[in-house]
Design a protein around this ligand. Structure first.
Ligand SMILES: Nc1ncnc2c1ncn2[C@@H]1O[C@H](COP(=O)(O)OP(=O)(O)OP(=O)(O)O)[C@@H](O)[C@H]1O
Ligand SMILES: [Mg+2]
Length: 277
């Protein structure tokens, strides 16, 4: 019961005290029911992240087992890279399961964990290849964190594979920011071997840069890969507009099987990384 008291004067100067009481028990009951429903939905969403992470880890283990049973180095490497891509997605669901927020994350923090995990899984000696971060907290919904994470995974893998291969010393810098214009800027630069002469990433038909191209389109962003003007090596830059927080229902469409199909988009128009609910 909500009560308001207000003194007032009668025409003859007499003073009275008015009291108005409103029964709000119905509103309180509704509010409590809504809070309980929201809490149970959050628990359910976290459970979904937990299960998605577990399933992705099973896929990752299957790929690892298959790689162990094969001899051909190129096939083993391809399976290992696919395993790393799956791990990269699993890491996002693990974080969303663990954190307070179930539908968005601090991608600045995530990108550091993701990069360190990748270095660890490729057994990189941190004294030989140094990893430096220039990141700030940038909150991204799941629907943007998954493609952005996969792009970082491809760029770091390339930096280790081509820029600083087999014991070559150098540095990889991962930078992330989002200014007042709402544009997320992500760069991965290295001081390694540099791009092949005359290389144009847009013409590349290899899987890694095709994945980057497809995911950049999903983010409504732009991507460039060029020689590092400041020093030897290469620099990749991704820009995209940061989406406002989405409801768990909307962002959960990213919790789906992804498959690469068709040819490179832009020329064929059929290439895509599909997410199925
Ligand atoms: N940081 C880099 N330094 C030097 N060359 C690079 C760098 N990043 C990409 N490249 C060049 O771009 C090419 C295409 O890369 P892309 O990731 O598409 O294919 P890939 O790594 O060869 O194969 P995968 O499909 O397994 O990723 C590489 O073969 C390499 O020549
Ligand atoms: Mg690659």
């Amino acid at each position: 019961m909500l009560s308001f008291r207000f003194p007032f004067c009668e025409a003859n100067g007499g003073r009275l005290l008015g009291i108005v009481s409103i029964d709000i028990s119905e509103q309180v009951r509704t509010q409590r029911a809504l809070s309980a429903a929201l809490a149970s939905k959050e628990v359910l969403l976290k459970e979904v992240h937990h299960r998605v992470k577990n399933n992705l880890q099973v896929i990752s283990s299957l790929l690892a087992m298959q790689a162990e049973s094969l001899q051909e180095p190129a096939v083993v490497r391809a399976l290992r890279e696919s395993q790393q891509r799956v791990q990269c997605m699993a890491l996002i669901h693990e974080r969303l399961h663990r954190d307070d927020q179930a539908d968005s994350m601090d991608f600045g923090e995530h990108v550091e964990t993701l990069s360190r995990d990748l270095f660890h899984s490729y057994g990189v000696d941190s004294k030989v290849v140094q990893l430096r971060f220039e990141t700030e907290p940038v909150w991204l919904p799941l629907s943007q964190a998954v493609p952005s994470g996969l792009i970082v995974n491809e760029l770091l893998t390339n930096a280790l594979k081509y820029a600083l291969p087999s014991g070559r010393a150098g540095e990889i810098v991962v930078a992330l920011s989002c200014g007042g214009d709402g544009i997320v800027r992500l760069t991965v630069s290295d001081n390694g071997a540099g791009l092949p002469a005359g290389f144009d990433w847009k013409q590349s038909q290899s899987l890694g840069l095709r994945i980057v191209d497809i995911l950049t389109r999903q983010l409504d962003g732009t991507f460039t890969l060029e020689d590092n003007a400041a020093q030897a090596g290469a620099v990749s830059s991704l820009r995209f507009p940061r989406a406002a927080g989405e409801t768990p229902d909307e962002s959960s469409t990213a919790v789906g099987a992804a498959r690469v199909s068709g040819k490179r988009p832009g020329r064929s128009g059929t290439g895509r990384l599909e997410q199925t609910a």
